[in-house]
Design a protein around this ligand. Structure first.
Ligand code: AMP
Ligand code: MG
Length: 401
């Protein structure tokens, strides 16, 4: 019987069907020390030049280059300048100033000679090579005052946080975190505080999914595991939708009689698609529960991660118009055939290796979608498009993990 919603869609259709809902993304100003993974919501401009003054990139001597072109050259040492020194020296022909990395260049000097190319004798220095102008870091060569260092959509990394500080920027405008509920379902799941009985496993998906939410710059609430019970699940979704901007469930979306996320969404929710042509991870659904976006991810641990990266992450980055820095793509040559299915996008766990300056990918570990150890130890996931065959020697897109 035809479903009243898109059924078994391609991955690209699934990604575009998620666009029917866009929570309003508010902005806030936060200290840069809290900026990791957050997405910039406005222009950020440098408050200072970098460097703010010409300075030395070497420990050595500041000299006049024309003095040094016929080594060895003997010069008189007239002083020393340390990093942070406010003293201004005036250099004349025949003179050298001892200088440390980061110290301001004395007036009159146009080049630096590293200490290792000099012989020092009391207040004389012999230069055994010509000096090097490029050992001077010029005022503003990295960026200049008022220059835009980030535009909306940039995701804060450790390096970008350091750049803010170098630019004198102490707070940044970012999109507010979405509050995302992470709800695991399944009678067999136990919290880490319990001992396992026969037939039981530790609930692990919510930890990985919450960590994924956080690397996308949002806030996850891990709900206590929900047993396979329609009423308890309904109550939990009602509560989550009142207090959260988005819900992510794991488990209970397949064809089974106890797959209550799918059953409840079919009966009382608003499904926008169910099932996606991807391996692993074909069971997911997306829709609205009480107007709140809900992603029903499969329970199999690898599938839940792959579906998050392939669909939920794309939706989150679309809300802030940011590039998906958590799913960095590279290319590698397949060193073996990969099992694919026509029309499906195939995500296999691989490790990368380099041979003769070429990057290759080979399968890593057991490829079962229940094997979280396999994905945890992999370098990446293949992203073999529906029309590709995944044959040995083919160039393949790899999502780096
Ligand atoms: P389901 O999608 O509910 O049919 O579950 C598929 C498989 O994933 C089963 O083997 C479950 O035991 C396992 N599973 C479901 N949810 C979790 C979870 N939160 N943590 C670890 N494994 C899970
Ligand atoms: Mg289940």
């Amino acid at each position: 019987m035809a479903k009243p919603y898109p059924y078994f869609v391609s991955l690209s259709e699934a990604i575009s069907l998620c666009q029917i809902t866009h929570p309003i993304m508010e902005s806030e100003e936060i200290p840069i020390s809290q900026g990791i993974n957050r997405v910039i919501s406005g222009e950020v401009k440098a408050m200072v030049n970098d460097p703010p003054f010409d300075n030395s990139s070497m420990d050595g001597f500041a000299v006049i280059h024309s003095d040094t072109t016929s080594p060895p050259t003997e010069l008189s040492i007239i002083g020393s300048i340390m990093a942070g020194s406010p003293q201004i020296h005036q250099l004349l022909p025949g003179q050298a100033v001892r200088i440390m990395t980061g110290a301001p260049i004395p007036e009159g000097a146009d080049s630096i000679i590293p200490i290792e190319d000099c012989t020092v004798d009391d207040d004389k220095v012999t230069l055994n090579k010509p000096s090097k102008p490029h050992f001077i870091r010029k005022l503003g060569e990295n960026f200049s005052i008022d220059q835009t260092i980030f535009s909306p959509g940039a995701t804060m990394s450790p390096e970008k946080i350091a750049l803010c500080a170098a630019a004198g920027v102490s707070t940044i405008p970012v999109f507010q975190k979405l509050k995302i509920a992470v709800i695991s379902t399944g009678d067999e799941l136990k919290p880490l505080t319990d001992d396992l009985g026969y037939g039981q496993i530790y609930e692990s998906n919510s930890y990985g999914l919450a960590a994924l939410v956080e690397i996308y710059g949002h806030e996850a609430t891990r709900f206590p595991n929900v047993i396979d019970d329609l009423d308890i699940l309904r109550d939990t979704l009602v509560e989550a939708s009142k207090t959260h901007d988005c819900i992510i469930t794991s488990g209970g979306v397949s064809m089974g009689d106890k797959d209550f996320v799918r059953i409840l969404m079919e009966q009382e929710g608003d499904i926008k698609f169910w099932r996606v042509k991807m391996r692993p991870g074909s069971p997911p659904l997306f829709g609205l529960w009480n107007h709140t976006p809900i992603f029903g991810l499969p329970g199999n641990p690898v599938s839940s991660h792959v579906v998050f990266r392939a669909i939920v992450g794309k939706w989150l980055t679309s809300l802030t118009k940011s590039t998906d820095i958590n799913n960095k793509l590279t290319h590698a040559i397949l060193s073996e055939d990969i099992k694919t299915q026509p029309g499906f996008t195939t995500f296999r766990r691989v490790e990368l290796f380099i041979k003769d300056d070429t990057t290759y990918a080979r399968l890593k570990g057991h490829q079962g979608s229940g094997n979280i150890a396999g994905i945890a130890m992999s370098d990446g996931l293949t992203m073999i498009e529906p029309d590709e065959l995944g044959k040995k020697g083919d160039t393949c897109k790899i999502i780096l993990l």
